[in-house]
Design a protein around this ligand. Structure first.
Ligand SMILES: *Cc1c(COP(=O)(O)O)cnc(C)c1O
Length: 414
């Protein structure tokens, strides 16, 4: 899908299914239960006929958003969740069992890392590998391996996984390939293009974009043959095998675990998604300009950004991400500058966690999101005390650069 088509598709998706009174937004359906005039019809929906019964399992409003995410990812189907973490929990807990082996990238979101720790306590074996080279994944595979999990751009190190080759390896080995596409969004990458089986997007980030709603989604690309997967319950082996995995995620993960997206949040995310392509363009262009500016500044020790030619996976990013490089920067200040003083000197940039917001956000990594893991693990991961994460927003470019310039001047006594 070209970008032009992407925005048009999203803006007009709801109208394609006629909505009452010519409404252009899918209404927020707030009913908990759905009533039937005919008891046989009620039973039929329970037995698999498309329809709604109880809102924990979805509403017309979440279904409209799921349709949009499927369009964005060019997938076969999507299930939404209350948060990205609920979506990831549903994938891991419904598709893996005790004794199974999972190969995971070691460069993953901190909370996902913590979730995998919980999974390990339930008896799932996990091997962490460097995902920037498919060789590490290949070596880790063993007979019990069922799934490989990677993120597209790592946070905050900005390493880029060998997405396509890992996808080919998973296909060859019959493994479920799960790609967390949050940092790139479907504008930069479609999971399908790197042979993913399932794509997870945190909707709280770029897709919503306005910092006013949480959500998560799992999209089935249709590329995996679930009839070859050992852990599908007989009840869910109905219809085309390419959808069995998502059915199990919906039944076990959404219905049983209950991390359901509210209609209100689904509406806000759907409105945010209308401008996703525009916002991604502006954020990525701002990020490249800011990275280029900071890289040559004497107050900066290093800049990690895939758009810089010196980045180890710059070429890969240029090939995979449609000529854009994301909007997340890892910036290390020189030793002489205190990271807290520097952050306090910023006027436009907001000091907050979160990423993918329309506003530029920054925080000191070692002291916040990576604090819990301790100094030793941080050292292994190359996370110094003076490293800042910057999630670049859609502000006017010069205002952003000026803000960093004045803060650096102040900290360097100019
Ligand atoms: C934020 C994030 C998540 C979790 O999403 P929430 O909606 O905050 O639960 C998962 N993966 C990545 C890469 C993220 O950045």
């Amino acid at each position: 899908m070209k970008d032009k088509q992407l925005s048009t598709t999203i803006l007009h998706a709801d109208r394609r299914d006629r909505i009452e009174h010519g409404a252009i937004h899918k209404p927020m359906h707030v009913s908990t239960e759905y009533a039937y005039d005919d008891a046989r019809e009620l039973a039929a929906v329970f037995q698999g006929k498309p329809g709604y019964t109880y809102a924990r399992q979805g509403t017309p409003t979440t279904a409209a958003l799921e349709n949009k995410i499927s369009l964005l990812e060019q997938g076969k189907g999507t299930v939404t969740f209350a948060t990205g973490m609920a979506a990831l929990s549903a994938i891991f807990l419904t598709l893996l069992r005790k004794g199974d082996h999972l190969v995971s990238s070691s460069y993953i979101f901190g909370n996902t890392n913590s979730l995998l720790g919980t999974l390990a306590n339930f008896g799932v074996e996990i091997t962490f590998v460097d995902p920037t080279d498919v060789a590490g994944v290949r070596e880790a595979i063993r007979p019990e391996t069922r799934m490989v999990f990677v993120e597209t751009i790592a946070n905050p190190g900005t390493q880029i996984a060998d997405l396509e080759n890992i996808g080919l390896l998973c296909r060859e080995q019959g493994l479920v390939y799960v790609v967390d596409n949050t940092l790139t969004s479907p504008v930069l990458l479609k999971g399908k293009d790197v042979h993913a089986s399932l794509v997870m997007n945190s909707l709280s980030k770029y897709i919503c974009g306005h910092g006013n709603a949480l959500g998560g989604a799992v999209t089935n690309t249709g590329l995996y043959d679930w009839s070859a997967y050992a852990n599908i319950y007989d009840d869910y082996k109905k219809g085309s095998p390419d959808s069995w995995g998502l059915t199990q995620i919906k039944k076990k993960g959404l219905r049983d675990m209950g991390g359901t997206l509210s209609a209100e949040a689904a509406h806000k995310i759907a409105v945010g998604a209308e401008t996703l392509a525009l916002r991604m363009d502006q954020s990525c262009s701002n990020a490249l300009a800011l990275a280029t500016y900071l890289q040559s500044h004497p107050g900066i020790a290093s800049v990690r950004y895939p758009g810089l030619p010196g980045h180890p996976q710059h070429e890969r990013a240029a090939t995979l991400f449609n000529g854009r490089f994301g909007a997340l920067l890892g910036v290390e200040l020189i030793d002489g500058i205190d990271c807290f003083d520097f952050l306090n000197a910023l006027e436009v940039v907001i000091l907050a966690t979160h990423l993918g917001d329309s506003r530029t956000l920054s925080l000191p990594v070692a002291h916040t999101i990576y604090y819990e893991m301790g100094a030793q693990r941080r050292a292994q991961m190359g996370i110094g005390d003076n490293l800042l994460r910057i999630s670049v927003g859609i502000e006017d470019q010069q205002d952003l650069i000026d803000d960093f310039a004045q803060a650096l001047d102040r900290c360097m006594g100019k």
